[in-house]
Design a protein around this ligand. Structure first.
Ligand code: SF4
Length: 183
C-alpha cells in the first residue's frame, strides 16, 4: 500500500497590491477542486490566518511590493518560514503601479493627501498603529532573496497551477511565453 503524500502547504498575502493576483489564482476554477486534495492553505486572505506557521510551509506567494514598514515585516516572516518564496506579479517583481510615487518625496505625497487647503480638517494621521511609509516602494528582491517569479499583471491562472503541479511533481515549472499576461 502506498503512503499518501503530505499536502503541499501554501501561504499567500497581498502587500502593496490590488488583490488582482489573488483573483487570478482563484481563476484556476475547477482545477482548484483537483488541487485541493493535494494542497492546504496556511496564512492567506483565503483563510484569514494572520501568521505563517512557525513550523514552515512549502510555498509562499506574495503579491504587491513594499510600501511601508509592516510590509517589510510580513515579507521577512514569509522568507523565514517558506521553503520557496514566489514574487507574484509586476508589483512584487518591480514595484508596479504603487511605485509610480517613487519620484516624489514622501513628505510631498503626505501633504498633498492630508493637508490640502480644500480639506475640512487638514491633518496628517498620527495613529501609532499606522506603519511608517518607506521612502520608495520596493520590489521584494531588494529586501530578501526570492526563489521564483510569476510575471504578469496579473499572472494567468495557468501559471499558478503549473507552479503548484511542478512542486507536487518535484520538477522545475515550465514557463511558456503565454504564462506572462499584462491586461
Ligand atoms: Fe494588481 Fe497587477 Fe499588482 Fe497583481 S501585479 S497586485 S494584478 S496591479
Amino acid at each position: 500500500m502506498s503512503v499518501p503524500r503530505p499536502k503541499l502547504t501554501i501561504a499567500t498575502c497581498s502587500l502593496a497590491g490590488c488583490f488582482g493576483c489573488h483573483m487570478s489564482f482563484l481563476d484556476v476554477d475547477e482545477a482548484l477542486a483537483d488541487l485541493i486534495d493535494h494542497i492546504e492553505f496556511d496564512r492567506s486572505p483565503l483563510t484569514d490566518i494572520k501568521h505563517v506557521n512557525p513550523q514552515g510551509v512549502d510555498i509562499g506567494l506574495i503579491e504587491g511590493g513594499l510600501c511601508n514598514a509592516e510590509n517589510v515585516e510580513v515579507l521577512r516572516e514569509f522568507r523565514a518560514r517558506c521553503k520557496v518564496l514566489v514574487a507574484v506579479g509586476a508589483c512584487a517583481m518591480y514595484g508596479g503601479v504603487p511605485a509610480l510615487r517613487n519620484g516624489i518625496p514622501v513628505s510631498e505625497l503626505v501633504a498633498e493627501a492630508y493637508l490640502g487647503s480644500d480639506l475640512l480638517n487638514p491633518q496628517v494621521p498620527q495613529d501609532p498603529e499606522l506603519p511608517p511609509l518607506l521612502q520608495k516602494v520596493l520590489p521584494l528582491h531588494e529586501v530578501v532573496p526570492v526563489d521564483y517569479t510569476l510575471a504578469g499583471c496579473p499572472p494567468p491562472a495557468a501559471a499558478f497551477k503549473e507552479l503548484i503541479m511542478a512542486q507536487l511533481e518535484n520538477r522545475a515549472p515550465e514557463r511558456p511565453p503565454q504564462a506572462r499576461r499584462f491586461d
